[in-house]
Design a protein around this ligand. Structure first.
Ligand SMILES: CC(=O)N[C@H]1[C@@H](OP(=O)(O)OP(=O)(O)OC[C@H]2O[C@@H](n3ccc(=O)[nH]c3=O)[C@H](O)[C@@H]2O)O[C@H](CO)[C@@H](O)[C@@H]1O
Ligand SMILES: C=C(OP(=O)(O)O)C(=O)O
Length: 438
Protein backbone atom coordinates (compact mmCIF):
# COMPACT_ATOMS: atom_id res chain seq x y z
CA UNK A 1 0.00 0.00 0.00
CA UNK A 2 1.30 3.45 -0.90
CA UNK A 3 2.42 5.70 1.95
CA UNK A 4 1.08 8.80 0.18
CA UNK A 5 -2.43 9.87 -0.62
CA UNK A 6 -3.58 12.62 -2.98
CA UNK A 7 -6.74 14.33 -1.85
CA UNK A 8 -8.73 16.86 -3.83
CA UNK A 9 -10.70 18.74 -1.23
CA UNK A 10 -13.56 21.19 -1.15
CA UNK A 11 -16.26 18.52 -1.28
CA UNK A 12 -18.43 17.71 1.76
CA UNK A 13 -18.00 14.19 3.15
CA UNK A 14 -21.40 12.52 3.13
CA UNK A 15 -22.60 8.98 3.73
CA UNK A 16 -22.35 6.18 6.27
CA UNK A 17 -19.43 4.37 7.84
CA UNK A 18 -19.03 1.92 10.72
CA UNK A 19 -16.58 2.17 13.60
CA UNK A 20 -15.57 -0.95 15.56
CA UNK A 21 -13.75 -1.52 18.87
CA UNK A 22 -11.50 0.98 20.62
CA UNK A 23 -7.76 0.90 19.91
CA UNK A 24 -7.15 2.00 23.49
CA UNK A 25 -9.15 -0.88 24.91
CA UNK A 26 -8.67 -3.89 22.62
CA UNK A 27 -4.89 -3.75 22.93
CA UNK A 28 -5.19 -3.83 26.76
CA UNK A 29 -7.85 -6.54 26.74
CA UNK A 30 -5.47 -8.65 24.65
CA UNK A 31 -2.83 -8.22 27.37
CA UNK A 32 -5.43 -9.13 30.02
CA UNK A 33 -6.00 -12.46 28.22
CA UNK A 34 -2.50 -13.45 29.40
CA UNK A 35 -3.80 -13.49 32.97
CA UNK A 36 -6.36 -16.20 32.22
CA UNK A 37 -5.59 -19.88 32.42
CA UNK A 38 -8.33 -20.69 29.86
CA UNK A 39 -8.90 -19.18 26.36
CA UNK A 40 -10.40 -15.72 25.82
CA UNK A 41 -12.44 -14.24 22.99
CA UNK A 42 -12.48 -10.53 22.29
CA UNK A 43 -15.17 -9.26 19.91
CA UNK A 44 -15.60 -6.16 17.74
CA UNK A 45 -11.82 -6.01 17.17
CA UNK A 46 -10.79 -3.58 14.41
CA UNK A 47 -8.11 -4.35 11.85
CA UNK A 48 -5.51 -1.80 12.97
CA UNK A 49 -1.76 -2.05 13.37
CA UNK A 50 -1.76 -1.91 17.17
CA UNK A 51 -3.79 -5.16 17.17
CA UNK A 52 -1.19 -6.76 14.89
CA UNK A 53 1.65 -5.61 17.15
CA UNK A 54 0.07 -7.04 20.30
CA UNK A 55 -0.90 -10.26 18.45
CA UNK A 56 2.75 -10.69 17.43
CA UNK A 57 3.94 -10.15 21.01
CA UNK A 58 1.41 -12.67 22.35
CA UNK A 59 2.47 -15.21 19.72
CA UNK A 60 6.11 -14.76 20.75
CA UNK A 61 4.94 -15.88 24.20
CA UNK A 62 3.40 -19.06 22.82
CA UNK A 63 -0.20 -17.76 22.75
CA UNK A 64 -2.34 -19.03 19.86
CA UNK A 65 -4.04 -15.94 18.37
CA UNK A 66 -6.75 -16.37 15.78
CA UNK A 67 -8.31 -13.20 14.32
CA UNK A 68 -11.36 -13.25 12.04
CA UNK A 69 -11.17 -9.82 10.42
CA UNK A 70 -14.72 -9.92 9.09
CA UNK A 71 -16.50 -10.86 12.31
CA UNK A 72 -14.00 -8.98 14.47
CA UNK A 73 -13.63 -12.01 16.77
CA UNK A 74 -10.16 -12.56 18.17
CA UNK A 75 -9.49 -15.80 20.04
CA UNK A 76 -6.49 -16.18 22.34
CA UNK A 77 -5.41 -19.49 23.85
CA UNK A 78 -2.84 -19.03 26.61
CA UNK A 79 -2.54 -22.71 27.57
CA UNK A 80 0.95 -22.91 25.99
CA UNK A 81 2.23 -19.63 27.44
CA UNK A 82 6.00 -19.51 27.57
CA UNK A 83 8.86 -17.01 27.92
CA UNK A 84 9.78 -15.27 24.68
CA UNK A 85 13.13 -14.89 23.00
CA UNK A 86 14.52 -11.48 24.02
CA UNK A 87 16.05 -10.77 20.62
CA UNK A 88 12.72 -11.41 18.89
CA UNK A 89 10.99 -9.21 21.45
CA UNK A 90 13.45 -6.41 20.70
CA UNK A 91 12.37 -6.49 17.04
CA UNK A 92 9.13 -4.87 18.23
CA UNK A 93 10.93 -1.87 19.73
CA UNK A 94 9.23 1.41 18.91
CA UNK A 95 6.03 -0.20 17.65
CA UNK A 96 3.56 0.80 20.37
CA UNK A 97 3.18 1.71 24.04
CA UNK A 98 1.31 -1.46 24.93
CA UNK A 99 4.32 -3.73 25.73
CA UNK A 100 4.87 -1.99 29.09
CA UNK A 101 1.51 -3.42 30.17
CA UNK A 102 2.74 -6.98 29.67
CA UNK A 103 4.86 -6.69 32.85
CA UNK A 104 2.32 -7.68 35.51
CA UNK A 105 0.67 -10.54 33.59
CA UNK A 106 4.01 -12.06 32.51
CA UNK A 107 5.49 -11.73 35.99
CA UNK A 108 2.48 -13.53 37.46
CA UNK A 109 2.34 -16.28 34.89
CA UNK A 110 6.04 -16.78 34.09
CA UNK A 111 8.01 -15.03 36.85
CA UNK A 112 9.87 -12.87 34.30
CA UNK A 113 9.28 -10.38 31.51
CA UNK A 114 11.32 -8.71 28.76
CA UNK A 115 9.81 -5.49 27.44
CA UNK A 116 10.99 -3.82 24.20
CA UNK A 117 11.53 -0.06 23.96
CA UNK A 118 8.16 1.64 23.65
CA UNK A 119 6.70 3.43 20.67
CA UNK A 120 3.48 5.42 20.38
CA UNK A 121 2.93 8.98 19.26
CA UNK A 122 5.66 11.56 19.94
CA UNK A 123 3.42 14.19 21.49
CA UNK A 124 5.48 14.75 24.62
CA UNK A 125 8.17 13.00 26.64
CA UNK A 126 5.82 10.20 27.74
CA UNK A 127 7.93 8.85 30.62
CA UNK A 128 7.09 5.53 32.31
CA UNK A 129 8.19 6.52 35.81
CA UNK A 130 4.74 5.81 37.34
CA UNK A 131 4.70 2.34 35.75
CA UNK A 132 8.13 1.40 37.05
CA UNK A 133 7.42 2.78 40.51
CA UNK A 134 4.19 0.76 40.70
CA UNK A 135 5.86 -2.47 39.54
CA UNK A 136 8.76 -2.03 41.96
CA UNK A 137 6.39 -1.43 44.87
CA UNK A 138 4.51 -4.64 43.98
CA UNK A 139 7.85 -6.44 44.39
CA UNK A 140 9.27 -6.57 40.85
CA UNK A 141 12.96 -6.07 40.13
CA UNK A 142 13.54 -3.99 37.02
CA UNK A 143 16.79 -3.65 35.11
CA UNK A 144 17.79 -2.42 31.67
CA UNK A 145 19.29 -4.91 29.25
CA UNK A 146 20.36 -4.89 25.59
CA UNK A 147 16.90 -5.87 24.38
CA UNK A 148 14.82 -3.64 26.63
CA UNK A 149 13.62 -3.86 30.22
CA UNK A 150 14.13 -7.08 32.18
CA UNK A 151 11.80 -7.79 35.09
CA UNK A 152 11.64 -10.55 37.65
CA UNK A 153 9.62 -11.11 40.83
CA UNK A 154 11.43 -13.78 42.87
CA UNK A 155 9.15 -13.40 45.88
CA UNK A 156 5.94 -12.88 43.94
CA UNK A 157 3.88 -9.69 43.75
CA UNK A 158 2.06 -8.30 46.78
CA UNK A 159 -0.79 -5.76 46.98
CA UNK A 160 0.08 -2.08 47.52
CA UNK A 161 -1.48 1.23 48.50
CA UNK A 162 -0.75 3.77 45.79
CA UNK A 163 -1.67 7.30 44.81
CA UNK A 164 -0.89 8.49 41.30
CA UNK A 165 0.60 12.02 40.98
CA UNK A 166 -1.56 12.36 37.82
CA UNK A 167 -4.43 10.10 36.69
CA UNK A 168 -2.43 8.34 33.98
CA UNK A 169 -4.40 5.90 31.83
CA UNK A 170 -1.49 3.53 31.27
CA UNK A 171 -0.32 3.56 34.89
CA UNK A 172 -3.87 2.82 36.10
CA UNK A 173 -4.01 -0.12 33.69
CA UNK A 174 -0.56 -1.24 34.83
CA UNK A 175 -1.76 -1.32 38.41
CA UNK A 176 -5.00 -3.16 37.55
CA UNK A 177 -3.28 -5.81 35.45
CA UNK A 178 -0.77 -6.42 38.24
CA UNK A 179 -3.06 -6.19 41.26
CA UNK A 180 -5.70 -8.71 40.15
CA UNK A 181 -3.39 -11.70 40.77
CA UNK A 182 -1.21 -10.10 43.46
CA UNK A 183 -1.38 -11.40 47.02
CA UNK A 184 -3.66 -9.26 49.22
CA UNK A 185 -5.49 -5.99 48.65
CA UNK A 186 -4.37 -3.09 46.44
CA UNK A 187 -5.81 0.41 46.59
CA UNK A 188 -5.27 3.16 44.04
CA UNK A 189 -6.11 6.82 44.51
CA UNK A 190 -6.26 9.38 41.72
CA UNK A 191 -6.93 6.64 39.18
CA UNK A 192 -7.82 7.36 35.55
CA UNK A 193 -11.46 6.48 34.87
CA UNK A 194 -11.66 6.60 31.07
CA UNK A 195 -14.42 4.43 29.52
CA UNK A 196 -11.70 2.13 28.13
CA UNK A 197 -10.51 1.52 31.70
CA UNK A 198 -14.07 0.77 32.82
CA UNK A 199 -14.29 -1.77 29.99
CA UNK A 200 -11.00 -3.31 31.13
CA UNK A 201 -12.37 -3.57 34.67
CA UNK A 202 -15.51 -5.30 33.32
CA UNK A 203 -13.32 -7.72 31.37
CA UNK A 204 -11.19 -8.51 34.42
CA UNK A 205 -14.34 -9.04 36.48
CA UNK A 206 -15.55 -11.60 33.92
CA UNK A 207 -12.19 -13.35 34.41
CA UNK A 208 -12.77 -13.66 38.15
CA UNK A 209 -11.16 -10.47 39.49
CA UNK A 210 -12.59 -8.52 42.43
CA UNK A 211 -12.40 -4.77 41.74
CA UNK A 212 -14.40 -1.98 43.42
CA UNK A 213 -14.63 1.45 41.82
CA UNK A 214 -15.41 4.42 44.04
CA UNK A 215 -16.74 7.79 42.84
CA UNK A 216 -13.59 9.63 43.97
CA UNK A 217 -11.13 8.10 41.48
CA UNK A 218 -10.30 5.28 43.93
CA UNK A 219 -10.00 1.61 43.04
CA UNK A 220 -9.74 -1.36 45.39
CA UNK A 221 -8.58 -4.68 44.04
CA UNK A 222 -8.71 -7.86 46.12
CA UNK A 223 -6.14 -10.21 44.64
CA UNK A 224 -7.30 -13.71 43.65
CA UNK A 225 -5.25 -16.87 43.05
CA UNK A 226 -6.36 -17.63 39.51
CA UNK A 227 -8.24 -16.03 36.63
CA UNK A 228 -10.02 -17.67 33.71
CA UNK A 229 -10.46 -16.48 30.12
CA UNK A 230 -13.20 -14.07 29.05
CA UNK A 231 -15.70 -13.45 26.27
CA UNK A 232 -16.12 -9.70 25.82
CA UNK A 233 -17.23 -7.22 23.16
CA UNK A 234 -15.18 -4.01 23.00
CA UNK A 235 -16.75 -0.61 23.37
CA UNK A 236 -16.66 1.50 20.19
CA UNK A 237 -13.62 3.65 19.45
CA UNK A 238 -14.82 7.05 20.64
CA UNK A 239 -11.71 8.76 19.26
CA UNK A 240 -12.37 7.48 15.76
CA UNK A 241 -16.03 8.52 16.07
CA UNK A 242 -15.01 12.04 17.14
CA UNK A 243 -12.51 12.21 14.28
CA UNK A 244 -15.16 11.48 11.63
CA UNK A 245 -17.51 13.94 13.33
CA UNK A 246 -14.83 16.64 13.07
CA UNK A 247 -14.36 15.71 9.39
CA UNK A 248 -18.10 16.17 8.81
CA UNK A 249 -17.98 19.59 10.45
CA UNK A 250 -14.86 20.88 8.68
CA UNK A 251 -16.00 19.77 5.20
CA UNK A 252 -19.63 20.93 5.71
CA UNK A 253 -20.64 17.29 5.42
CA UNK A 254 -23.08 14.80 6.88
CA UNK A 255 -21.76 11.47 8.23
CA UNK A 256 -23.67 8.68 9.94
CA UNK A 257 -21.34 6.67 12.16
CA UNK A 258 -22.68 3.19 12.87
CA UNK A 259 -21.57 1.91 16.25
CA UNK A 260 -21.06 5.36 17.83
CA UNK A 261 -22.10 5.23 21.50
CA UNK A 262 -23.49 8.42 23.05
CA UNK A 263 -22.59 7.40 26.60
CA UNK A 264 -18.88 7.50 25.79
CA UNK A 265 -19.06 10.72 23.76
CA UNK A 266 -20.77 13.11 26.20
CA UNK A 267 -18.16 15.85 26.42
CA UNK A 268 -17.40 15.65 22.70
CA UNK A 269 -21.08 16.03 21.81
CA UNK A 270 -21.39 19.11 24.07
CA UNK A 271 -18.45 20.78 22.37
CA UNK A 272 -19.61 19.73 18.88
CA UNK A 273 -22.96 21.39 19.58
CA UNK A 274 -21.38 24.57 21.01
CA UNK A 275 -19.26 24.95 17.86
CA UNK A 276 -22.46 24.76 15.82
CA UNK A 277 -22.43 21.15 14.66
CA UNK A 278 -25.65 19.14 14.76
CA UNK A 279 -26.04 15.49 15.67
CA UNK A 280 -28.79 12.92 15.98
CA UNK A 281 -28.42 9.91 18.23
CA UNK A 282 -30.25 6.79 17.07
CA UNK A 283 -30.15 3.17 18.12
CA UNK A 284 -27.08 1.98 16.30
CA UNK A 285 -25.11 5.17 15.87
CA UNK A 286 -24.89 8.93 15.60
CA UNK A 287 -25.38 11.20 12.59
CA UNK A 288 -23.03 14.21 12.63
CA UNK A 289 -23.69 17.09 10.26
CA UNK A 290 -22.97 20.72 9.46
CA UNK A 291 -26.27 22.63 9.55
CA UNK A 292 -25.23 25.16 6.92
CA UNK A 293 -24.85 28.10 9.33
CA UNK A 294 -21.60 29.76 10.50
CA UNK A 295 -19.60 27.68 12.99
CA UNK A 296 -18.88 29.38 16.32
CA UNK A 297 -15.50 29.78 18.04
CA UNK A 298 -15.00 28.14 21.41
CA UNK A 299 -12.67 28.02 24.44
CA UNK A 300 -11.67 24.48 25.23
CA UNK A 301 -9.32 22.60 27.56
CA UNK A 302 -8.37 18.98 27.11
CA UNK A 303 -8.44 16.89 30.27
CA UNK A 304 -8.63 13.42 31.71
CA UNK A 305 -12.06 11.76 31.65
CA UNK A 306 -14.76 13.03 32.08
CA UNK A 307 -13.16 16.06 30.41
CA UNK A 308 -12.65 16.67 26.71
CA UNK A 309 -10.12 14.04 25.71
CA UNK A 310 -6.79 15.06 24.23
CA UNK A 311 -7.12 12.61 21.33
CA UNK A 312 -10.18 14.53 20.04
CA UNK A 313 -8.27 17.80 20.11
CA UNK A 314 -6.27 17.49 16.90
CA UNK A 315 -9.19 16.61 14.55
CA UNK A 316 -11.42 19.25 16.14
CA UNK A 317 -8.83 22.01 15.71
CA UNK A 318 -9.16 21.63 11.92
CA UNK A 319 -12.91 22.26 12.20
CA UNK A 320 -12.14 25.31 14.40
CA UNK A 321 -10.17 26.87 11.53
CA UNK A 322 -13.59 27.10 9.83
CA UNK A 323 -15.37 28.69 12.85
CA UNK A 324 -16.04 32.43 13.12
CA UNK A 325 -13.91 34.26 15.71
CA UNK A 326 -11.11 33.30 18.08
CA UNK A 327 -11.01 29.78 19.48
CA UNK A 328 -8.71 28.96 22.37
CA UNK A 329 -7.50 25.42 23.01
CA UNK A 330 -5.49 24.60 26.14
CA UNK A 331 -3.87 21.15 25.95
CA UNK A 332 -3.34 19.92 29.53
CA UNK A 333 -2.55 16.22 28.97
CA UNK A 334 0.50 16.34 26.66
CA UNK A 335 3.09 19.09 26.52
CA UNK A 336 3.75 18.86 22.79
CA UNK A 337 0.54 18.12 20.88
CA UNK A 338 0.28 21.11 18.55
CA UNK A 339 3.10 20.26 16.10
CA UNK A 340 0.47 19.25 13.56
CA UNK A 341 -0.74 22.87 13.31
CA UNK A 342 2.39 23.82 11.26
CA UNK A 343 0.76 22.09 8.28
CA UNK A 344 -2.53 23.89 8.89
CA UNK A 345 -0.71 27.23 8.90
CA UNK A 346 1.02 26.26 5.66
CA UNK A 347 -2.46 25.66 4.21
CA UNK A 348 -3.69 29.11 5.23
CA UNK A 349 -5.01 28.62 8.78
CA UNK A 350 -4.35 31.25 11.40
CA UNK A 351 -3.02 29.42 14.48
CA UNK A 352 -0.80 30.96 17.16
CA UNK A 353 0.81 28.83 19.85
CA UNK A 354 1.54 29.99 23.41
CA UNK A 355 3.57 28.70 26.35
CA UNK A 356 1.05 30.09 28.85
CA UNK A 357 -1.97 28.17 30.14
CA UNK A 358 -4.80 29.89 28.21
CA UNK A 359 -7.55 28.48 30.37
CA UNK A 360 -8.56 28.45 34.02
CA UNK A 361 -6.93 25.07 34.69
CA UNK A 362 -3.33 25.42 35.85
CA UNK A 363 -1.73 22.45 34.17
CA UNK A 364 1.66 20.77 34.65
CA UNK A 365 3.14 22.63 31.67
CA UNK A 366 2.31 26.23 32.63
CA UNK A 367 5.63 27.53 33.92
CA UNK A 368 7.69 25.52 31.48
CA UNK A 369 8.86 25.95 27.94
CA UNK A 370 6.04 24.10 26.15
CA UNK A 371 3.76 25.63 23.54
CA UNK A 372 0.65 23.93 24.82
CA UNK A 373 -2.07 26.53 24.17
CA UNK A 374 -3.39 27.49 20.73
CA UNK A 375 -5.43 30.42 19.49
CA UNK A 376 -7.19 29.76 16.19
CA UNK A 377 -8.69 32.65 14.28
CA UNK A 378 -11.26 31.81 11.64
CA UNK A 379 -12.82 31.18 9.33
CA UNK A 380 -9.89 30.83 6.93
CA UNK A 381 -10.15 29.07 3.59
CA UNK A 382 -7.53 26.31 3.36
CA UNK A 383 -5.41 25.74 0.26
CA UNK A 384 -3.96 22.43 -0.85
CA UNK A 385 -0.38 21.65 0.17
CA UNK A 386 2.09 18.79 0.42
CA UNK A 387 2.13 17.73 4.04
CA UNK A 388 3.72 15.00 6.20
CA UNK A 389 1.87 13.03 8.85
CA UNK A 390 3.50 13.71 12.26
CA UNK A 391 1.55 11.28 14.47
CA UNK A 392 -1.70 9.30 14.56
CA UNK A 393 -4.29 11.99 15.37
CA UNK A 394 -2.21 14.73 13.76
CA UNK A 395 -2.24 12.56 10.64
CA UNK A 396 -6.00 12.23 10.61
CA UNK A 397 -6.22 16.00 11.13
CA UNK A 398 -4.08 16.46 8.05
CA UNK A 399 -6.49 14.31 6.07
CA UNK A 400 -9.38 16.51 7.27
CA UNK A 401 -7.45 19.65 6.32
CA UNK A 402 -6.77 18.27 2.84
CA UNK A 403 -10.45 17.30 2.46
CA UNK A 404 -11.45 20.85 3.47
CA UNK A 405 -8.91 22.64 1.25
CA UNK A 406 -9.38 23.82 -2.32
CA UNK A 407 -7.10 21.92 -4.72
CA UNK A 408 -5.13 18.70 -4.51
CA UNK A 409 -2.93 17.98 -1.49
CA UNK A 410 -0.43 15.17 -1.10
CA UNK A 411 -0.38 13.72 2.40
CA UNK A 412 2.75 11.60 3.04
CA UNK A 413 3.41 9.02 5.73
CA UNK A 414 -0.23 7.92 5.99
CA UNK A 415 0.86 4.45 7.20
CA UNK A 416 0.92 5.90 10.73
CA UNK A 417 -2.84 6.39 10.49
CA UNK A 418 -3.34 2.61 10.13
CA UNK A 419 -2.28 2.32 13.75
CA UNK A 420 -5.68 3.54 14.90
CA UNK A 421 -8.14 4.09 12.02
CA UNK A 422 -9.49 0.88 10.52
CA UNK A 423 -9.87 0.96 6.71
CA UNK A 424 -9.74 4.75 6.57
CA UNK A 425 -8.99 4.79 2.84
CA UNK A 426 -12.16 2.80 2.04
CA UNK A 427 -14.18 4.91 4.45
CA UNK A 428 -13.01 8.10 2.72
CA UNK A 429 -14.06 6.67 -0.64
CA UNK A 430 -17.43 5.59 0.79
CA UNK A 431 -17.98 9.17 1.96
CA UNK A 432 -17.35 10.53 -1.54
CA UNK A 433 -13.85 11.89 -0.94
CA UNK A 434 -11.74 12.42 -4.06
CA UNK A 435 -8.67 10.36 -3.16
CA UNK A 436 -5.96 8.77 -5.27
CA UNK A 437 -2.89 6.66 -4.67
CA UNK A 438 -4.09 4.90 -1.55
C1 LIG B 1 -2.63 3.25 24.06
C2 LIG B 1 -3.42 4.25 24.82
O1 LIG B 1 -4.35 3.93 25.53
N1 LIG B 1 -3.05 5.51 24.64
C3 LIG B 1 -3.83 6.54 25.30
C4 LIG B 1 -3.34 6.66 26.72
O2 LIG B 1 -1.94 6.92 26.64
P1 LIG B 1 -1.05 6.77 27.95
O3 LIG B 1 -1.58 5.69 28.80
O4 LIG B 1 0.37 6.70 27.49
O5 LIG B 1 -1.33 8.20 28.60
P2 LIG B 1 -1.25 8.60 30.13
O6 LIG B 1 -2.61 8.86 30.62
O7 LIG B 1 -0.40 7.63 30.86
O8 LIG B 1 -0.45 9.97 30.04
C5 LIG B 1 -0.99 11.17 30.54
C6 LIG B 1 0.11 12.06 31.05
O9 LIG B 1 0.79 11.42 32.14
C7 LIG B 1 2.19 11.46 31.92
N2 LIG B 1 2.80 10.24 32.50
C8 LIG B 1 2.29 9.01 32.22
C9 LIG B 1 2.86 7.87 32.73
C10 LIG B 1 4.01 7.98 33.53
O10 LIG B 1 4.58 6.99 34.00
N3 LIG B 1 4.50 9.23 33.79
C11 LIG B 1 3.92 10.37 33.31
O11 LIG B 1 4.39 11.48 33.56
C12 LIG B 1 2.32 11.50 30.40
O12 LIG B 1 3.58 12.00 30.00
C13 LIG B 1 1.17 12.41 30.00
O13 LIG B 1 1.54 13.75 30.12
O14 LIG B 1 -4.05 7.71 27.39
C14 LIG B 1 -3.88 9.00 26.78
C15 LIG B 1 -4.65 10.01 27.62
O15 LIG B 1 -6.01 9.77 27.53
C16 LIG B 1 -4.35 8.97 25.33
O16 LIG B 1 -4.00 10.20 24.72
C17 LIG B 1 -3.69 7.85 24.56
O17 LIG B 1 -4.32 7.70 23.30
C1 LIG C 1 -1.65 9.06 21.63
C2 LIG C 1 -2.30 8.05 21.09
O1 LIG C 1 -1.96 6.77 21.12
P1 LIG C 1 -0.68 6.03 21.74
O2 LIG C 1 -0.77 6.14 23.21
O3 LIG C 1 -0.88 4.63 21.25
O4 LIG C 1 0.52 6.70 21.15
C3 LIG C 1 -3.60 8.23 20.40
O5 LIG C 1 -4.30 7.21 20.21
O6 LIG C 1 -3.91 9.36 19.98
Amino acid sequence: MSDNIRITGGKPLTGEIAVRGAKNFVSKAMVAALLGSTPSTLRNVPEIRDVNVVSALLRLHGVAVDYNVESGDLAMDTSTLTSADAVQIAEHAGSSRIPILLCGPLLHRLGEAVIPDLGGCRIGDRPIDFHLDILTKFGATVSEGPDGLYLTAKNGLKGIKYELPYPSVGATEQLLLTAVLAEGVTTLHNAAVEPEIKDLIDTLQKMGAIISVDTDRSLTIEGVKELRGYDHRSLTDRIEVGSWAAAALATKGDIFVHGAQQRHMGMFLNVFRKVGGEFEVVNDGIRFFHPGKDLRSIALQTDVHPGFMTDWQQPLVVALTQAKGLSIVHETVYENRFGFTDALVKMGANVQLYRECLGDKKCRFGQRNFKHSAVISGPTPLQAADIDVPDLRGGFSHLIAALTAEGTSTVSGIGIIDRGYEGFRNKLTALGARVEGS
